[in-house]
Design a protein around this ligand. Structure first.
Ligand code: URA
Length: 269
């Protein structure tokens, strides 16, 4: 009965409107919507921000400050990155990184956030001002839209893992430079090796082009399954771009449904 599901219906409509849809056709009962592919339960995440979340009960607490000793290893080597076997260890090994010039400009190192056992990883380009201030990825307006995009395909933000190619904010949010990518990408690759996601969703042209080492347009990259270090990767619009161009939301919604279908088709061990 719809009257019993008014909250659910309102959430459904709000999500679809967010993604640019304007018409819906409902069957008499809402069972289909209710059961639409909820993701398998996952353990709560255990990254530093999760520990703080457990303490504070906040969804996005500030990352606890590591003391100077813990994050005082500026000369992070690729061997040291590869040697870390868990996300917490990796974070501890790299959070003081100054391998590129951005290390000395940052307020906070933005390692990543979410479920360390996630099947799906969302990867953006680099932290912005809000992320630099809080030490967490995608916490500004674009991040709030990303949360709603994730929820539109029946996942929660805590079930997935969210990260960036660069862990430190480029000044003025300029595009990442080649040397910064070269220095920082090994951390992302190690994160992926540890998390072992089944699918990666690259957010935006720059993330897609950078990870796939291509100059192809976003239009050419969307709607396909690519390979990144042995993991399926798809590309969609960056949520910040969707905030600037809401007319792209229907396309993003198609990409999200594509992601959900790919996920549903997987045999996840
Ligand atoms: N844009 C990104 O690409 N990453 C963030 O974390 C925030 C905004």
């Amino acid at each position: 009965m719809i009257s019993d599901d008014s909250g659910l219906l309102a959430a459904f409509v709000a999500q679809r409107m967010e993604m640019g849809e304007t018409e819906w056709y409902f069957k008499p009962d809402m069972a289909q919507v209710k059961n639409a592919g909820s993701a398998k339960p996952r353990p709560a995440h255990v990254t530093p921000s999760a520990a703080a979340a457990a303490r504070t009960g906040q969804e996005h607490p500030a990352v606890p400050e590591k003391d100077a000793g813990e994050c005082a290893r500026p000369d992070v080597s690729e061997e040291a990155i590869r040697a870390q076997s868990g996300l917490d260890e990796l974070y501890g090994a790299v959070c003081g990184c100054t391998r590129c010039g951005l290390g000395s400009l940052r307020k906070k190192f933005v390692f990543g956030d979410g479920n360390p056992d996630a099947d799906i990883m969302f990867i953006g380009e680099a932290p912005g001002a809000d992320e630099d201030a809080q030490g967490l990825p995608f916490v500004g307006r674009a991040g709030q839209l990303l949360t709603r995009m994730i929820e539109a395909i029946k996942f929660t933000r805590r079930e997935v893992y969210i990260g960036n190619i660069l862990k430190c904010r480029p000044p003025g949010n300029r595009d990442p430079k080649a040397d910064e990518i070269e220095m920082c990408e090994p951390i992302l690759i190690r994160q992926i090796e540890i998390i072992k996601p089944a699918i990666i969703c690259a957010l935006g042209r720059i993330a897609g082009q950078t990870l796939l080492r291509t100059n192809s347009t976003l239009g050419a990259l969307r709607g396909k399954v690519h390979d990144y270090h042995g993991v399926k990767l798809m590309v969609t619009y960056h949520p910040a771009a969707l905030l600037r161009n809401p007319n792209w939301k229907p396309g993003a919604w198609e990409d999200l449904k594509f992601l959900r279908r790919e996920y549903d088709g997987l045999e996840i061990v």
